[in-house]
Design a protein around this ligand. Structure first.
Ligand SMILES: Cc1ncc(COP(=O)(O)O)c(C=O)c1O
Length: 427
C-alpha cells in the first residue's frame, strides 16, 4: 500500500470510534493546546529509558516527580523518591511491591513468617489494585461499601488489619463517584489500632485523579504527606495532570520506603541513575508534556483549569438533579466527577442503561454501571468533567439529557421491561 492509502484506511476505520471529546466516561486527557501538540510531535521519538542518550529528558522527569513531592508536602523533597510510570496502574504495582517487600524484610528480620501478606482497601477500588494483588500474590481484604459507608472511612478497620497487612489503600477520587476517601480518618483509625496492638500499618494514597486536583481546589485538606502515616502516593499525569494518555507518577515520602532490591542502577552521565519501573522502554514525550503543563500553567493555571472543570461539574450535577427522575450520589465538589441514580419508584419503564443508549445516539458517551458489592443492585451513571468540556458544551449536554428523559418517559409500553422489544421504543 502507498502511505496515503494505508493512512486513509486507518483514518476511515477509526471514524467509527466515538468522538473523544464527547467521551464523558474517561478520566484521561483528550485535549491539549497546539503548542503542546507541537512539542509532542517533536519528541515522539524519545525512549525514556535511554537516559544516557537523553539526559535532558531524564533530568526533566526527575524535576517533575520532585515537583510533585513538594506539591504533596513531602517533608524533605531531597530524600523523597519517585518515578514516572505509564499510568496509575504501573504506579500502583510499584507502590504495592515496595510495601510488600518492606513488610517482608521487617518480618524476616523479626524471625516471623512473611508468606501471607494482605492489603486492605475499599471494595470500590479501581481494578489496578485487584491486578496488583493477583499478579504479586497478595491477599486483598475488601472493606465493603454500604449505604452507611459509601467509602473507606476507617469504620471497623480493626476487623481487617492484622500483622500481615502491608498497607491500607485510600482513594482520593473514588472511580465510581469522584468522592475523596477521608485519608485523615483512616490514618486516625490506624493510629488507634497501633496504640492498641502495636501494629504500624502504612497508607498508600491512590490519588489517580485527586493528586492533581486537591492541591489546587482543596489546598487545606490534609490527605498527603502531611499525614505521617502516608508512605507513598500515585497520580495519573494523563488524568487531571492534563496530559494525553501515557503518563503516571508515584512518589515515596522517603527513599527508605523502597527496598534497594527493587532499584536498578543505570549508568548515567558518569554517575548512577536509580530506576524502578516495570517497563524498560516507554514514551518520553508524555513526561515532557507534563513538564510543559507545569511551566505553562503553574499553580495559578492549574487552579484555574480545575476550578472551571468543577464549575461545569456542579452546574451539570445541579441541572441533572433538578430534572426530577434522578438522585445524586455526588455533585462534583471533590474531583469534578459526579454520579447519580434513578430515584426509587420513578419508573419501571426505563433505566440508566436506556438513558445511556439514548445519549449515545446523540454522540454523548455517559456510562451506566452497577455499584460494587452489597450495592450491585444499584445502577449509577457518571460524568467525568475534563478540561475541554466547556460550559457551552455542558449546556448542550444538559439539553440532551432533558430531551432523552422526555423521550423515554413518553414511550408507552404495555409490556413489562423484560418482555419488551425494540419496537416498543416508538413514541
Ligand atoms: C482511583 C483510580 N486508580 C487507578 C486508576 C488507573 O489509572 P490509569 O488509567 O492511569 O492506569 C484509575 C483510573 O480510572 C482510578 O480512577
Amino acid at each position: 500500500m502507498l502511505p496515503d492509502t494505508a493512512y486513509q484506511v486507518i483514518h476511515d476505520e477509526v471514524m467509527l470510534d466515538g468522538n473523544a471529546r464527547l467521551n464523558l466516561a474517561t478520566f484521561v486527557g483528550t485535549w491539549m493546546d497546539p503548542m503542546a501538540q507541537r512539542l509532542y510531535a517533536e519528541t515522539v521519538d524519545k525512549n525514556l529509558i535511554d537516559k544516557d542518550e537523553y539526559p535532558a529528558t531524564a533530568a526533566i522527569e526527575e524535576r517533575c516527580w520532585r515537583l510533585l513531592a513538594d506539591l504533596w508536602h513531602a517533608p524533605a523533597v531531597a530524600s523523597a523518591l519517585g518515578t514516572s510510570t505509564v499510568g496509575s496502574s504501573e504506579a500502583a504495582m510499584l507502590a504495592g511491591l515496595a510495601l510488600k517487600r518492606r513488610w517482608q524484610q521487617a518480618r524476616r528480620a523479626a524471625g516471623k513468617p512473611a508468606d501471607r501478606p494482605n492489603l486492605v482497601m475499599s471494595s470500590a477500588v479501581q481494578v489496578c489494585w485487584e491486578k496488583f494483588a493477583n499478579y504479586f500474590e497478595v491477599e486483598v481484604r475488601y472493606v465493603p461499601v454500604t449505604e452507611d459507608h459509601l467509602m473507606l472511612d476507617g469504620y471497623e478497620l480493626e476487623r481487617y488489619v492484622d500483622e500481615n497487612t502491608i498497607a491500607v489503600v485510600a482513594i482520593m477520587g473514588v472511580t465510581y463517584t469522584g468522592c475523596y476517601e477521608p485519608v485523615d480518618q483512616i490514618a486516625a483509625a490506624l493510629d488507634r489500632i497501633q496504640a492498641e496492638t502495636g501494629l504500624d500499618v502504612p497508607i498508600h494514597v491512590d490519588a489517580a485523579s485527586g493528586g492533581f486536583v486537591a492541591p489546587f481546589l482543596q489546598p487545606d485538606l490534609a490527605w498527603d504527606f502531611r499525614l505521617p502515616r502516608v508512605a507513598s502516593i500515585n497520580a495519573s499525569g494523563h488524568k487531571y495532570g492534563l496530559v494525553f494518555p501515557g503518563v503516571g507518577w508515584v512518589v515515596w515520602r522517603h527513599e527508605d520506603a523502597v527496598p534497594e532490591e527493587l532499584i536498578f542502577k543505570v549508568a548515567y552521565l558518569g554517575g548512577e541513575m536509580p530506576t524502578l519501573a516495570l517497563n524498560f522502554s516507554k514514551p518520553g514525550a508524555q513526561v515532557l508534556l507534563q513538564y510543559y503543563n507545569f511551566l505553562r500553567l503553574g499553580r495559578d493555571g492549574f487552579t484555574a483549569v480545575q476550578q472551571s472543570c468543577q464549575d461545569v461539574a456542579k452546574y451539570l450535577s445541579a441541572g441533572i438533579a433538578s430534572l426530577g427522575p434522578f438522585e445524586l450520589l455526588s455533585d462534583g465538589s471533590d474531583i469534578p466527577v459526579f454520579a447519580w441514580r434513578l430515584r426509587v419508584g420513578y419508573t419501571d419503564k426505563w433505566d440508566l442503561h436506556d438513558l445511556s443508549a439514548q445519549l449515545r445516539q446523540r454522540g454523548w458517551m455517559v456510562p451506566a454501571y452497577p455499584l460494587p458489592d452489597e450495592l450491585t443492585a444499584q445502577t449509577v451513571q457518571r460524568i467525568v468533567v475534563r478540561n475541554g468540556l466547556s460550559m457551552e458544551l455542558a449546556g448542550h449536554l444538559l439539553d440532551a439529557v432533558r430531551e432523552c428523559v422526555t423521550y423515554l418517559d413518553g414511550f408507552t409500553s404495555p409490556m413489562p421491561k423484560q418482555g419488551r422489544t425494540g419496537g416498543a421504543f416508538h413514541h
